[in-house]
Design a protein around this ligand. Sequence first.
Ligand SMILES: [Zn+2]
Length: 275
Amino acid sequence: MPELPEMEAWRRALNDPVSAFPIAKAGPAHIATLKTFDPPLAQLEGRRLRGAERRGKRLLFPTGDGELVLLIHLMTAGRLKLLGAGENGPKTPAFALAFESGSKLVLTENARKKRAGVWLLTPDAARAEVAHLGPEALGLDAAALGEILRRANHRLHPLLRDQRAIAGIGRAWANEILHTAKLSPYALSTELSDEEVERLAAAMNAELARGLELRERGASDEKTYRIHNRVGEPCFACGTPIAQIDFEEHTIYYCPECQTGGRVLKDRRMSRLLR
Ligand SMILES: [Zn+2]
C-alpha cells in the first residue's frame, strides 16, 4: 500500500501538472470507486485545480476557485498514472481526469474488490473527511509522539498504523521504522522510556525522509524497503535472518537480534499477544 513517502512523492510530482491546465473531462469513474454523487463530477469541468495537497495517505486537489475539493485515497491496490497528450493508458481506469492540454491523470486498481476511492467534496466536507486523522507522521517530534504513545497502552506496530493516532504510516513503513528504532513491534506504547520515545521519533522521521527521497527518484519497493518483505534475508545491520509474524491480513517483519533481544516468537503466540 502506498504510504506517506509514496503519496508525498506523488503530491510533489503532480502539483504542477494538475494545475497547469483546466479540466476538460472528469470521469468516467468506476461505480465502486466514486464515493460521492453530489456535487457531480461534471462540476469539475472547465475549472482549474490549485495543485496537489496531502493529508496522511490521501491526496487532495482543491479547485482554484475554492469551491470544490477532489480527494483520492489509493488504499492497497490503487495506483496513479499521469499520461501525456496522446499517450495510451489503461482501457478501463477506475477514474480518469483529462486536462485541456490532452494530458490525463488516471487511477487504476488491479484487484477484484475495489477499495480505492474518489470523492468530490465541498471544502467543508473535505475537512470533515480528514478530521479523524492524527498528526502527520513526518515532522512529529518526540514530545508529541510521547503524548500519543502514553494516551493508551497499545503494541507499537498496530499503533503506528492507526491513522487516528498518527497519519501516514502503514504496514511497510511500520516495519522499517521499528527496525531503525531497535524496538520490538509488540512493545507496549506506555512502557517505553523517554530515550526509547526519542529513538522512535527520530527513526520515524529518518525512515520516512529516506523513503520520500528514494520514491522521488522513482525507486522500486526492492530498493526502498530494507526489512519489509525480506523474511530469511540477512538484516542489513547485523546479518541475522529477518523474521516474520503472520496475521490474517498482514505480516510483520523484524530482526530478532536488533529488535527483540534475540527472541523469535511463534506466530500463534504472537497473534494472541497482539490481539
Ligand atoms: Zn539486525
